[in-house]
Structures are given as structure tokens and as C-alpha cells.
Design a protein around this ligand. Structure first.
Ligand code: C5P
Length: 225
């Protein structure tokens, strides 16, 4: 199986690139952020309290949930306790709640096996934060996706505006900086650039250019892919 890891910062374009790259290669794509987001949705749905978040509180919650990832008509769906949260993952509230839960070891361990099992059985592009460093250290290609933070904030702003949300650029930038900080400063599963990471800087690239860059690296090893 060929496993391709794409890790990187929020708003760097990694999800879109991962989807398009997988499509062109005929591979599956696994969005690990969606699984963390579904966990946050379940936390919210159980009316648990953000103020109470602690090791023990999160541990108790995690013990109560079963997570399943299914591909329905080629689209990834995440179920927690049989509830499909796929359509609720991308709200601002869930974007803020997810990084509060994702640093906990029990949360990360809960989905470790699921991610590895999927990679063992599929040619795939898996995107997240710790895929190359921890989940799939043997991945054949490890892309690290980044872009200037103002460019990333602008992209996020456009997504929010397209959804009809009224928000200022400065607010989006601050939210993004906070997320970057949380995702890089944690003991477990932090974003890391590895010695074998291939840096994919999307600041001045469009989607096609980014995907072509990845394909060119992959074809250096697999010319006929
Ligand atoms: O990639 P996405 O923005 O959907 O990720 C949402 C959140 O999930 C991130 O801010 C991060 O806290 C968490 N995450 C993670 N590890 C991953 C993927 C996502 O901690 N592999």
C-alpha cells in the first residue's frame, strides 16, 4: 500500500489538496481532523462543560463513545455512538472546541488504531497534524503544508463570508494564531516538521500547482503512477 501523509497548519489548504491529490491518484482520502471534530460534536451533544475539561473529565467522556468512519458514495462520514456528525463538523464553535479536546492522550489514542488500520488496507492520502510523525511514520511521502498566516486567514475569511458569517479579518487571524499555537505547543501529537518532510508552501500557489508539486515528488519514485 502507498501511504501519503499531509500534515500542516490550519488554512494551509491541506484538506483540499489531499482530496484532489487522492482523486488524481485514484487513492482514498482520510481526513483525520474530521474525526477530532466529530468527537467535539459528541462532547457538545452530551452537554458536557468546556470549563470542566481535565484529564479525568475527558477520559470519562472518551470511555463512553464509539467512533466509526465509513465511506458512503466515496465521502467520509464520521459516526460517534451511531450518530453521523458529518454535516455539523465545520461550525466555528466546533472549530474552537476541537483543539481543546485533541491534545488529550486518551482522545488521540482512541482513534490511533482506526487510522492505522485504514492505512494498512488502502492506498491513501491521510491528512492531519501528526500523520507523518506518529500515526504513519513509515508513510512513503510526508508533505508538510504551510502558507503565510495572513494568506491562510484570508482564505478562512472567504470561507466564512461565503457561508454568510459576518466576521473581521483580524478576528479570523487571531483565531488561526491561537489554533496554530495550540496545535504546535502540546506534549502529544504536535505539528512537527520532520527531517524527511517535503515542504509544500501554498502561499503563492493555486490548487492545481500544489497538487502538481505533490505529484511531481511522487512520480520521482513511481514514474508510472
Ligand atoms: O484539520 P482540521 O482543521 O479539521 O482539524 C481540526 C482540529 O483537530 C485541529 O485544530 C486540531 O486540534 C485537531 N487535529 C489534531 N490532529 C489531527 C487532525 C486534527 O489534533 N491529526
Amino acid at each position: 500500500m502507498i501511504n501519503i501523509a499531509i500534515d500542516g497548519y490550519a488554512g494551509s489548504g491541506k484538506s483540499t489538496i489531499a482530496k484532489e491529490l487522492a482523486k488524481r491518484l485514484g487513492f482514498k482520502v482520510f481526513d483525520t481532523g474530521a474525526v477530532y471534530r466529530a468527537i467535539a460534536c459528541s462532547f457538545k451533544q452530551m452537554n458536557l462543560n468546556v470549563e470542566e475539561i481535565s484529564d479525568l473529565y475527558v477520559q470519562r467522556f472518551i470511555e463512553k463513545i464509539e467512533i466509526e468512519v465509513k465511506f458512503i458514495n466515496g465521502q467520509q462520514h464520521v459516526f460517534v455512538n451511531n450518530i453521523d456528525f458529518t454535516d455539523s463538523l465545520r461550525t466555528e464553535e466546533i472549530s474552537k472546541l476541537t483543539p481543546l479536546l485533541s491534545p488529550f492522550r486518551c482522545v488521540r489514542n482512541k482513534i490511533l488504531g482506526l487510522q492505522r488500520e485504514f492505512a494498512k488496507n488502502n492506498d491513501l492520502v491521510m491528512e492531519g497534524r501528526d500523520i507523518g510523525s506518529f500515526i504513519l511514520p513509515e508513510a512513503e511521502f510526508k508533505f508538510f503544508c504551510t502558507a503565510d498566516e495572513k494568506v491562510r486567514a484570508q482564505r478562512r475569511l472567504e470561507q466564512y463570508l461565503a457561508k454568510g458569517k459576518n466576521i473581521l479579518f483580524q478576528e479570523v487571524l487571531e483565531e488561526l494564531k491561537q489554533r496554530d499555537y495550540n496545535d504546535t505547543h502540546r506534549d502529544y501529537g504536535a505539528i512537527t516538521i520532520l527531517p524527511d518532510s517535503i515542504i509544500l508552501d501554498t502561499t503563492y500557489q493555486n490548487l492545481d500547482e500544489s497538487v502538481e508539486f505533490c505529484l511531481s515528488k511522487i512520480r520521482e519514485k513511481y514514474p508510472n503512477i
